[in-house]
Design a protein around this ligand. Structure first.
Ligand SMILES: N[C@@H](CCC(=O)N[C@@H](CS)C(=O)NCC(=O)O)C(=O)O
Length: 204
C-alpha cells in the first residue's frame, strides 16, 4: 500500500513535505491527494480533525498531521538529505530553518487575514506581519552564505527555498530579492532543483 499525502497545490507546508519526499527518493511510494482543507469534509476530517494539509497516512495506516512531523518520519524512510553537523554549527543551521518556518507561518497568517471579508480585515495586523517578514528576510540574507548549493541539501535549505517560493506566490509586491542579493543568488539555483520544479504552485 502506498502512503497517502493529503496536500494542496499552494500550501507551503505541503510543498516542504513534497520536496523532502522527492529529495529522499520516496516520491514513488507516496500518492499525493490534492484537497482544499478549507472546504474538506467526510473522509479527510475523520483522518485529520484539524483539517490541515499536509496530512500523511503511512503504509501502516498511521496518520501524521503536521509538516514537521511528516518530515521527521520521511527521514526515517529514505536517504538523500545532508545531515546536520554536531555542535555549535548545528544550532546556526537550525536557526536558519526556524526563521524560514516562521516566515512561512507569518506569510500564511497574512494570507488568512486577507481571506476574511474586507470589512473585518485589519490593515495594522497585515502591516505588522509584513514588517516581520521583511526583518526575517534581512536576517536570512545576512546568513545566506551558509546555505548549501550542493547536490544534496539539508531540511534548512528546503524550508528557506519553500518560504521564498511562497512569497513569490502570495507577496510578490514585497520584492524580496531587492537588496537581498545573497538570498536571490542562492534561490536562483535552488529553485531549479527537480524537487522544486515538480512542486511549483500554479500561478494564481
Ligand atoms: N503546523 C501545520 C500547519 C499546516 C497549515 O496550517 N496548513 C494550511 C494550508 S497552508 C491549512 O491546512 N489550513 C486549513 C485551515 O487552517 O483550516 C504544519 O506544519 O503542517
Amino acid at each position: 500500500m502506498k502512503m497517502k499525502l493529503y496536500c494542496s497545490p499552494t500550501s507551503p507546508y505541503a510543498r516542504k513535505v513534497r520536496v523532502v519526499a522527492r529529495e529522499l527518493g520516496l516520491a514513488d511510494l507516496i500518492e499525493e491527494v490534492m484537497i482544499d482543507p478549507h472546504t474538506a469534509s467526510g473522509n479527510f476530517l475523520d483522518t485529520n480533525p484539524l483539517s490541515k494539509v499536509p496530512t500523511l497516512v503511512t503504509d501502516k495506516g498511521q496518520v501524521l498531521p503536521d509538516s514537521k512531523l511528516i518530515v521527521e518520519y520521511l527521514q526515517t524512510r529514505g536517504r538523500g538529505l545532508t545531515s546536520l553537523p554536531r555542535g555549535a554549527a548545528r544550532w546556526g543551521i537550525l536557526r536558519q530553518q526556524w526563521l524560514a518556518e516562521g516566515l512561512i507561518d507569518t506569510a500564511v497568517g497574512c494570507q488568512m487575514e486577507k481571506r476574511r471579508p474586507a470589512a473585518l480585515q485589519s490593515a495594522d495586523m497585515i502591516e505588522r506581519q509584513l514588517a516581520a517578514i521583511r526583518r526575517t528576510l534581512d536576517a536570512l540574507e545576512s546568513e545566506a552564505g551558509g546555505l548549501l548549493t550542493t547536490e544534496t541539501v539539508r531540511t534548512a535549505e528546503i524550508s528557506v527555498g519553500v518560504a521564498l517560493g511562497y512569497l513569490d506566490l502570495r507577496q510578490p509586491q514585497l520584492q524580496w530579492r531587492s537588496r537581498r542579493e545573497g538570498l536571490a543568488h542562492w534561490y536562483l539555483s535552488f529553485a531549479l532543483r527537480p524537487s522544486m520544479q515538480a512542486t511549483q504552485p500554479p500561478a494564481t
